[in-house]
Design a protein around this ligand. Structure first.
Ligand SMILES: NC(=O)c1ccc[n+]([C@@H]2O[C@H](COP(=O)([O-])OP(=O)(O)OC[C@H]3O[C@@H](n4cnc5c(N)ncnc54)[C@H](O)[C@@H]3O)[C@@H](O)[C@H]2O)c1
Length: 386
């Protein structure tokens, strides 16, 4: 049997299996290998030779490798799974792990659609295991400082973010219909939600592919989200812009009743408001911060920021933007998208227990209202601090 996460956690390094030994899987393996919180017990990939060579390249001994997450986790005595496979594989791998009693930290995007995300919310509910999405761009100390600055601006009028980059990463991204919105803007939309509790309610978007783009799908987009307060989140981005590039975290400006604040996405936060002091914390950033929050949540039964339910709305921003773009810029209401996604989830789900759980929700909004894991928000030091 696979040991329970609780038993393997207190005072120990968490024994984990990394699933997916591609580019980002390699990043995770290098980070976990130096983390005082983790022990890499196994590495899984459909390409077992790749799993073995990634383990060898990281200089690790005694790590189980294979093609099945459940088999490797059992053989290695792992207590948790880090899912770094391609987005289309996330749900299947998460399901296998959760049903084997293993908590999962899953790379973004949780799934290609909100319907698939809702099926995972129901599954996490049934198994009682933690399913957290690693939105690593929440964990930046300057984002934490920026959030505090934004909180001092009073009611907001406009949040503006621009992302302009030129990245060449051959593989699934270059074949996607919406490589910017699905693979990159999910970070920025999720950062918006980390920045303000003012949740998105509707979106209009247009996306396109510049003639010189090396992506098959739309590498550029502009979107305007209506927030619950009536404020607007205005976003523009491109992944094939070889000049005047912004930070990977985008370049942000926020305007409120009492002034304005900006973050260049790296290490410059500016405030023009009553108080203009900027205090920057000193916590772990990126995937280090995400993993620390995962371990903290398991050890203390607290609810991480991106517990699966909370992440659904970030994914709904992406799908809403795509839907609007494909309908010529039509206004898409996020609440309607959520309810349509629940109907799709119910139609697609083949597992009776998951289908019954989905059917028991009075609405999708009801289904994602209460976290399945943890009793209170986790307090962490880095950019993710609340
Ligand atoms: N947080 C970040 O900043 C960041 C950066 C890059 C990538 N990512 C995310 O990480 C994930 C992986 O991206 P990547 O660039 O490493 O992709 P990749 O294509 O380089 O690697 C994915 C690996 O997963 C393996 N795989 C696919 N299906 C599998 C399955 N069912 N079981 C086991 N292995 C399977 C593939 O064989 C491949 O080796 C994506 O979700 C991506 O969006 C996040």
């Amino acid at each position: 049997m696979i040991p329970s996460a609780d038993g393997a956690l207190v005072g120990d390094r968490l024994p984990v299996v990394v699933v997916g030994a591609g580019a980002m899987g390699g990043e995770w393996i290098r980070m976990l290998a130096r983390s005082p919180l983790a022990r890499i017990a196994g590495v899984v990939d459909l390409d077992v030779d790749l799993a073995a060579s990634t383990v060898a390249a990281a200089g690790l001994d005694g790590v189980a490798v294979g093609a099945s997450v459940v088999e490797v986790a059992e053989r290695a005595g792992a207590a948790a799974v880090i899912n770094v496979t391609v987005p289309q594989a996330h749900r299947t791998v998460n399901e296998q792990a959760l049903r084997a009693g293993l908590p999962v930290l899953c790379e973004k995007p949780l799934a290609p659609t909100v319907a698939e995300a809702l099926r995972q919310v129901a599954l996490a509910d049934i198994t009682g295991e933690l399913l957290m999405v690693s939105q690593s761009r929440r964990y930046f100390n300057h984002l934490a400082a920026f959030r505090r600055a934004v909180a001092g601006l009073g009611p907001l009028s406009t949040v503006n973010a621009q992302f302009f980059h030129a990245d060449h990463e051959p593989g699934f991204r270059e074949q996607m219909a919406h490589p910017l919105l699905v693979d990159m803007s999910i970070h920025h939309f999720d950062q918006l939600r980390a920045l303000t509790p003012d949740e998105p309610i509707a979106v209009r978007c247009s996306s396109w592919n510049p003639p010189w783009s090396w992506f098959a799908g739309d590498a550029a987009a502009s979107a305007e989200f209506e927030l619950a307060s009536g404020a607007r989140f205005v976003y523009a981005g491109s992944r094939c812009t070889p000049g005047l590039q912004t930070s990977w975290n985008a370049d942000w400006r926020v305007f409120g009743e009492r002034g304005a604040a900006s973050w260049d996405g790296d290490d410059v936060v500016r405030v023009e408001a009553g108080a203009s002091d900027v205090e920057v914390p000193n916590g772990p950033e990126g995937i280090d911060g995400s993993f620390e929050e995962f371990v903290t949540a398991l050890r203390s039964s607290t609810t991480p920021q991106n517990e699966v339910r909370a992440n659904v709305l970030s994914l709904a921003m992406v799908e809403g933007a795509i839907r609007s773009s494909e309908r010529g810029g039509e206004r898409v209401v996020i609440a309607d998208l959520l309810e349509e996604s629940l109907a799709t989830a119910l139609a697609d789900e083949r597992n009776e227990d998951v289908a019954a759980r989905l059917a028991s929700w009075t609405s999708a909004a009801d289904g994602i209202a209460t976290p399945a894991w943890g009793s209170a928000p986790a307090t962490i030091a880095s950019g993710g601090a609340r």
